[in-house]
Design a protein around this ligand. Structure first.
Ligand code: HQG
Length: 179
């Protein structure tokens, strides 16, 4: 079983295209595992996937992208579906980080961080994670530091993605500095 491929397929299904899999996400993005497996089994390459494989996939992944609870599975972040996924509001650490290509810097320092194609802006708990996020699109990404405590005190909402990923609706430029 190629667990990395399975993880990519699930991210696509659970973040972006549940209807292609005849799935409906609930308010927090959960779907019943039984329904997901039925849908995956229609594809030849996934016809033997079991619930245990889903657990193994999560355990082997270098990032915690998916979560299983009480017979359901969901993507923890990254959604682009039209229906807004409700995330748990949480007090952030003092600082959060965001890695981005050099070419986006001017625009970000003008308009702040906006969600673009996803439902939320994605922020990293640590510099190393932000660096990895930025490197997806630029070998020498810019690292931004977000004054999350100040923003939180000013009433900006932050939401929990996983241990390393935080979400926000929009981060204004006054909370952003180049790190
Ligand atoms: C940029 C992956 C211009 C923003 C990652 C980013 C993450 C602006 C891009 C997760 C802007 C959106 C999300 C503005 C934001 N002007 N550009 N005002 N505001 N941007 O992919 O954070 O591996 O939607 O800097 O690791 O890169 O898939 O967001 O470069 O955790 O699990 O617009 O996806 O996780 O790109 O990545 P994305 P992201 P997985």
């Amino acid at each position: 079983m190629d667990y990395q491929k399975l993880s990519k397929e699930l991210s696509y299904a659970l973040r972006h295209a549940p209807h292609e899999y005849e799935l409906e996400l609930d308010e927090q993005g959960w779907v019943p595992i039984k329904q997901l497996l039925l849908s995956l089994h229609e594809q030849r390459k996934w016809r033997a996937v079991t619930e245990e494989d889903l657990h193994t996939m999560i355990a082997l992944s270098e990032k915690k992208r998916h979560e299983i609870n009480q017979g359901k599975i969901r993507a923890l972040y990254g959604h682009s579906v039209p229906q807004k996924i409700q995330k748990e509001e949480k007090e952030p650490p003092a600082f959060l980080f965001h890695g981005t290509p050099q070419r986006f810097l001017d625009s970000i320092l003008t308009s702040g961080l906006v969600p673009k194609g996803r439902q939320y802006v994605h922020l990293s708990e640590d510099v190393q994670t932000a660096q990895q996020v930025g490197k997806r699109r630029d070998d020498h990404p810019v690292l931004l530091r977000i004054d999350a405590r100040q923003a939180w005190q000013d009433g900006v909402k932050f939401y929990h993605g996983n241990e390393l990923v935080w979400l926000a609706d929009h981060v204004k430029k006054e909370y952003i500095s180049v790190y």
